[in-house]
Design a protein around this ligand. Sequence first.
Ligand code: AMP
Ligand code: GLY
Length: 438
Amino acid sequence: MKILLIGNGGREHALAWKIKQSPLCDELHCTPSSAGIESLATAHNVGAEDIDGILGLITQIKPDFVVVGPEAPLVAGLADRIDELDIPCFGPNEKAAQLEGSKAFMKDLCAAYDIPTAIYKTFTEVEGAYEFLDGFGQDRSETGVVIKADGLAAGKGVIIPNTMDEARAAVSDMLSGNKFGQAGSRVIIEEFLPGEELSFFALTDGASVVPLTTAQDHKRAFDGDKGPNTGGMGAYSPAHMMTPELEAKIMDTIITPTVNAMKDKGCPFQGVLYAGIILVAGEPKLLEYNIRFGDPECQPLMMRFTGDLVKVLYACATGTLADAKDEMKWIDDVALCVVMAANGYPESYAKNTVINGLDQAGASENTVVFHAGTKRDDNGNVVNTGGRTLGVTATGSSFAEAQDNAYSVISNIDWPDGFCRKDIGWRAIAAQNKKNAA
Ligand code: AMP
Ligand code: GLY
């Protein structure tokens, strides 16, 4: 098969790495690209959100199968356009992509089909929203509210206010269009749920659904979960609290009902469902859906997956997932990814700074350095093109071992302009230590 992969983040490097291992893959193309992806695929430079440009590229290279990594082109209808060309495409069409593209759509679906999630109300006018907020107390411990922009907001559309003034400011910033533009023209106010979060991944062809595995992310920039929110500074798989019972409960109460509900509404979902789950007193509730693999969660996922990825993604795209269930195979070891980001991220940071030592760092069987935002400069040096730049990913028989393996690779990477958290995996290691002590 000739395969075209859309996207150039760490997630897509990990997908490209796994796709290349499939005997079904004869030729891999990727657009846009990174210094890491370039070593695996024929690189093109059409942007992931340039729908017409991608269709032009498809007409030119005539792939047998297209895999879409990021959410934005899916929400903009890329899968529908590829479908018109009669080429199988992994990823939901525009209607089904609303599960991530509109939080109000996702919440209304949960309400209509009894899928456990935070209690919520949707507003398009400031007055109504303020009135609703007036029903709560003054600070977060009393109010327990979360304010969300309806549309895609690059991971920044969720505000957990500390005071009611902050809550009102968030509502008016969003509804006035000052923040997030059109994506903020509708807001959701929902109850704050306390609990530990995990990411749950499942594949579906619209009718059949299979669980993949789980992960946990580290959203804050600095050690000890301090500092500003980011796209994710590291992740590991599986989530440390997973049990077969919890997996079955999440499938039975959240994932399978969602797949059935989407079918029932006339917009069957095909692709990967990435559910943000929070455990409230042990009971799983849905925080959000993403319609793509997580980044950096995809990196440890791909390190653990031993099935034929092309086979399963193609089965999703062609409605034959029930025949590919045997491919859901995983190593017993865990995997952990540490993100290296440019100094200053998630605020402003320098681009085109040189990263040395990658050749020595990449050379081990149980570690892979995935590139999230890199290119080669005119002198052949690898330089950063974005904030999150590398995803150093390692396996191990325990979280502590995987962590050691990842950080020992990082010690060989010479990048004075970059930083990473030193405590990725701390929750899982603490839980493991507690278990060992008991
Ligand atoms: P979302 O994009 O909806 O997952 O929100 C991003 C993050 O905000 C989540 O990963 C949670 O940490 C937090 N969050 C969102 N909704 C809630 C909620 N109802 N209660 C507590 N935390 C939340
Ligand atoms: N790491 C969070 C995300 O991919 O949305």
